[in-house]
Design a protein around this ligand. Structure first.
Ligand SMILES: [Fe+2]
Length: 478
């Protein structure tokens, strides 16, 4: 169990602390639920994220999967398991050695032969969860870092792809399209290309539909992209790979604002593409939604946008543990993409209410790739803060934002996921999100319509996490 005496760092540092690494992951532990979980919420919430903080940056943590099972008898059970990756297995067997170069944690040169023999690129799939028709996957940005998950046992095995080559890396956010297929963007370095591909046959077969040249010789690092029903939208922002710094603890990315920002629009059927320059630079991790606005012949794409890449530096563990640290500002930015120009609108959210912060966006999945009204994001209503500490609901039509009310004050709030239910309206449903207080953490069940707390699950000590997915009882949830 967590021992507060072992807490590392600042006021909100325990969720990244080394003490958590020593605690045994829960195995179907029945946990206390305060409040009332809606009777229709039956299934499992599966969340990915770092479990062991082996390096200097949040993105270097070794993957641990957490699962919350909401049963018909009203109980909730929590389970967790470290991913069965080569990176994680080596770390555990070697008692703390790193097998691969991670985001900002390079390995010593003496370990390169071992690393290359194991594939050379990390398979630490700690970022996201993708659910196809038949299988659940843990993913990161390397192709090697895709693991098929047994949602019941949380055991995992490395997944391989067939079909076209798309490059060594791909975004961590493959997007579902029609008939159970996905679309994603791979990046190949020699020659430099962005490869837009469809994933068919249960996440198995890659079919490259467009191979795009970067604006110049440098490649933009893309964590995510957007997709409407007919188009993929790649934003080539000035956060570019810098291979000369590949082994540096400062990372392999460079902010090159002189380069400009470009939007590539790719037709999902023909593969034809266009490139349009934006009037200003910005950076983003995540796309809230995108859709075709046929009335005005434009594509709408909403992102959680930053002015630059300082957010990446701010996610270094020493910064996150520093109570004086303050995360950079971000906002929900709307891109209206026409045939030859991009108009930027926004912020769509209320800067004052959100503490000028928006990240980890969630919508009702039934509204993905179509006009929508509500987006739920992290916020930072209490600054200074080294991490998001609030949750916001934004009406993108009215540009109105509401901050969720909770019984406790949280110093860190993770990604919300939206689970539809209880009615037909877009905001009929709940948000599931992990919040950390100074000493404890809860899985919150929040009413998406009223922005109020319905119930909170008292978790065993768990670390900060990234992305997750809801598995209804009918499709893999328990
Ligand atoms: Fe992400």
């Amino acid at each position: 169990m967590l021992v507060l005496g072992l807490v590392v760092g600042g006021a909100s540092g325990f969720f990244l602390g080394s003490a958590l690494q020593e605690s045994a992951p829960p195995q179907g532990e029945v946990v206390e639920v305060v409040g009332k979980v809606p009777s229709w919420l039956r299934g499992s919430y599966l969340r990915n994220g770092p479990g062991v903080f082996q390096g200097s940056h949040l993105f270097d943590g070794l993957a641990r999967l957490h699962r919350w099972d909401f049963s018909s008898d009203g109980t909730c059970r929590v389970s967790a398991r470290d991913l069965d990756s080569k990176a994680g297995t080596f770390y555990r067997k070697s008692k703390g050695k790193t097998l691969f170069n991670e985001f900002r944690t390079p390995i010593p040169l003496s370990r390169w032969p071992l690393s290359l023999a194991a594939g050379g690129m990390t398979d630490n799939a700690c970022v996201s969860v993708a659910v196809s028709n038949k299988q659940t996957f843990a993913c990161t940005e390397t192709v090697a870092g895709t693991y098929a998950i047994d949602p019941h046992t949380l055991r995992s095995r490395q997944h391989s792809f067939s079909g076209d080559e798309s490059g060594l890396v791909q975004t961590a956010h493959a997007l579902p399209i029609d008939r159970g297929d996905f679309v994603n963007v791979g990046t190949s370095f020699f020659p430099p290309r962005y490869n837009v591909f469809k994933l068919k046959d249960n996440f198995k077969k890659k079919e490259v539909i467009a191979s795009l040249r970067p604006h110049d010789s440098r490649l933009s690092w893309m964590h995510a992209f957007g997709s409407t029903r007919t188009k993929a939208i790649l934003v080539e922002h000035p956060c570019v790979y810098d291979f000369t710094a590949l082994l540096s603890t400062d990372g392999f990315l460079e902010w090159a604002p002189e380069r400009g920002t470009y939007v590539h629009v790719v037709d999902l059927n023909s593969g034809e593409s266009t490139k349009i320059k934006c009037s200003r630079n910005f950076f983003f991790f995540h796309c809230c939604n995108a859709y075709d606005d046929d009335d005005v012949d434009e594509i709408v794409m909403d992102v959680c946008a930053y002015d630059d890449t300082r957010i990446i530096d701010s996610l270094a563990l020493d910064k996150m543990r520093d109570p004086a640290s303050d995360i950079p500002e971000s906002k929900i930015l709307r891109l209206r993409i026409g045939r030859d120009r991009v108009k930027e609108e926004g912020p769509l959210n209320d800067a004052g209410a959100t503490g000028k912060f928006a990240e980890f966006c969630a919508i009702n999945p039934a509204y993905a790739r179509r006009p929508y009204r509500y987006v739920y994001t992290n916020a930072a209503p209490n600054r200074p803060t080294s991490a998001a500490n609030g949750l916001a609901k934004t009406d993108v039509l009215e540009k109105r934002t509401t901050i969720f009310e909770t019984e406790n004050k949280y110093v860190v709030v993770g990604e919300p996921i939206f689970v539809p239910g209880g009615g037909p309206a877009e905001d009929d449903g709940v948000l599931l999100v992990v919040g950390h207080t100074q000493t404890d953490n809860h899985l919150l069940v929040l009413d998406a319509k009223t922005a109020r707390e319905l119930a909170r699950v008292h978790n065993p000590p768990i670390p900060y996490g990234f992305h997750g997915a809801w598995l209804p009882s009918s499709s893999g949830g328990l």
